[in-house]
Design a protein around this ligand. Structure first.
Ligand SMILES: [Zn+2]
Length: 99
């Protein structure tokens, strides 16, 4: 049984996904493979009560992404998205100058 308030927003998955993605995934845009909605990942509905993390589309509740960490192995399922797009124009990574 679920209620309308049993999920968090996409920012809740940032910690788990930071071990996979080198950039901030919450600012990335993804397209739902079910309804075609394109939204920032931070807008997804994230369910943390499962054995892993499940992100669902904010428009239609289709599963966008699943992450499960089992015995030092991370399983990432992104079949629910047509694409995940990262904006690199604000990339703050810098190369340290040798001193
Ligand atoms: Zn959708």
């Amino acid at each position: 049984m679920s209620s309308d308030n049993d999920y968090l927003d996409g920012n809740a998955a940032a910690g788990e996904l930071s071990s996979i993605f080198a950039t901030d995934i919450t600012a990335a845009e993804g397209q739902c493979a079910n309804c075609g909605a394109t939204k920032r990942f931070a807008e997804a509905h994230v369910y943390m009560q499962t054995p892993g993390v499940v992100a669902r589309c904010a428009a239609c509740e289709h599963v966008l992404l699943r992450v499960v960490n089992v015995r030092h192995r991370i399983f990432l399922d992104v079949r629910g998205m047509t694409f995940l797009s990262f904006d690199t124009s604000q990339d703050r990574r810098t190369v340290q100058a040798a001193s």
